[in-house]
Design a protein around this ligand. Sequence first.
Ligand code: GLN
Length: 280
Amino acid sequence: MNINLAINQGSKILRKKFIPNPILDSEILMAKTINKDRKNILLNSDNILNKNDLNFFYKLIEQRSLGKPVAYLINKKSFWNSEFFVTKDILIPRPDTELIVENILSLTKQKSKINILDIGIGSGCILLSILKERKNFFGTGIDVSKKCIKISKINAIKHKVISRLKLYKSDVDKFNLGKYDLIVSNPPYIKTRDLKYLEKDVAEFEPRLALDGGLDGLSEIRKVIKKSSELIKKNGKFILEIGFDQKNKVINLLKKEGFYINSALKDLGYNDRCIVSTKI
Ligand code: GLN
């Protein structure tokens, strides 16, 4: 069977299972199968696939048809200016989170050398994107998940920022090392009882540890704010990703811990998604 026909059949299977972008996904999974980029497969669509490749492709299509995210099937996701290695153990980098990177880069335009802490580093997408653009900055990343530490290390090596990065497997409560000019965090903030209402791809495949914010969605956010108020330097900036309905509660928590609120940013869907504050 040739590549073109296989892609068509793959996309038909995906469409039947109501997967949103069946043709695109089928093309991406074909690119993974033959280890080429998407442009290349479109140019070589008449090439005949061998039996092994065809079997491998249909396995990927089957997994996608069950809802497994493409990023987990191809082990990569683009975020900001880079491509990140991802596995099922980490939250897939979200376009909405690029907002945080954009904001930090504009906040730090004039700064020459600062220390940044990322609480819950995950894949490393936020901190590594910043370190890549600001060659004099230093980063520290912590995560409760050992697998996240491993993956963020792989990404830091891939993006050549490992010499300016320290990684610790630690619970936010127990971490007491250093003082930081800027702290960033995208903690789990979904209410436990709402997890089941997330899209199937997210609810069934992404790590609960990265999503579950407890009964009111704020359990981890509370810990992160408290710890950040201890670890941040005076006048340091704190950038926190939040759930769409958490703005007012989070602003109150921040004020109680001595933060001045600079701004609340909206995401691509016009939801409140990020609070920028300064330690006073
Ligand atoms: N924005 C993510 C989602 O719902 C949640 C990430 C998080 O809890 N930090 O897809």
